[in-house]
Design a protein around this ligand. Sequence first.
Ligand SMILES: *Cc1c(COP(=O)(O)O)cnc(C)c1O
Length: 409
Amino acid sequence: MATINENFLKLQAGYLFPEIGRRKRAFQQANPNAKLISMGIGDVTEPLAPVVIEAMKKAVAQMSQKETFKGYDDGGIGYEFLRKAISEKDFKSRGVDIDIDEIIVSDGAKCDTGNMQEIFGCENIVAVTDPVYPVYVDTNVMAGRSGLAASKGRYDGIVYMPCTEQNDFVPELPNKKVDLIYLCFPNNPTGAVATKEQLAKWVDYAKENKAIILFDAAYESFISEKNIPHSIYEIDGAKEVAIEFRSFSKTAGFTGVRCAFVVVPKQLMAYTKDGKTIEVAQIWKRRQCTKFNGVSYITQQGAAAVYSEQGQKQIKETIKIYMNNAKLIRQKLGELGYTIYGGVNAPYVWLKTPKGVGSWEFFDKLLSEAHIVTTPGAGFGLAGEGFVRLTAFGQLENVKEAMERFQEI
Ligand SMILES: *Cc1c(COP(=O)(O)O)cnc(C)c1O
């Protein structure tokens, strides 16, 4: 008899985006002439940078010739040309010494943040922020690390750290001992960032408790304010306690191309039950080369082109388009008297619903009265109740029209 992994049955039904899709379709069917504007799902809309396209075309041409053809990326952790560019341009340029051997290239930060838990013991206590990127929670549920489903979409065995207006959406240290801590800054969905001082508290906590921080920096390139750390390794001692996730998805519009990387520093240790230290980097590489065979050469050439002088200029232009949208959203909604957060160092605006209206209720109101699709904050966790997330990834014309419609409701 084939039995199922019953941990999957603990997953809370009605994953956020299918439910949004269902309501959107139902509305569109009932109102076929309504022109919906999507400010919901966090996907990019601008095309790839021209230098990326050129690099990929050149790589395709190389694949067509016997002399330059490439098969497997030996080792499956990324070509040296890409890891070298990452090490120099993403880290050394910010005074952070990350060696190319500490960089492991992959096809996405979703898989990396989802798969990473696999190399840690089942008994680890997991802490997540609330609201949270659902991948961190659901993959730990599947692995049996969550305990039973509790009420309101929570799990007994997971420690939730609320991110609220009171703490500027940067969580307090947990009041019980935890082992694996997921942090994401700039944050999806709140758009919040953490300062060096705030992150330093987490690094100290992790050191004291022999815990590990899983730091998702997928939106690092959207940071506009000075003095906000782009990498957790800008904090002293973080290399001993943190793994960092990066992605080309939002940075360079690679959501449909697929390329990302993980940094696992050599100093980072986890422990056996009898207290022996184990190098995490070795275990992660062992896991990757067993279950993954690398990112295509063409994609890696495209990713490396992002680090050229032209590439940096071109991706910054695109990011500017999105952040101008964010600015417009902030400005208009601010004028209309809404309370808004985010949208300065991240392409997300976290909008407080007026008069304490529920997230889903406000979602429905915006859908039916303004024909705007948003993401209900409650879908990201209990503490997201009373908020909706607006993304700045749309086209300017649509954002302008959406803001006019806001004015009319
Ligand atoms: C979009 C996003 C990612 C990137 O995922 P990819 O698999 O690299 O496309 C990672 N983390 C968060 C929080 C995101 O929103």
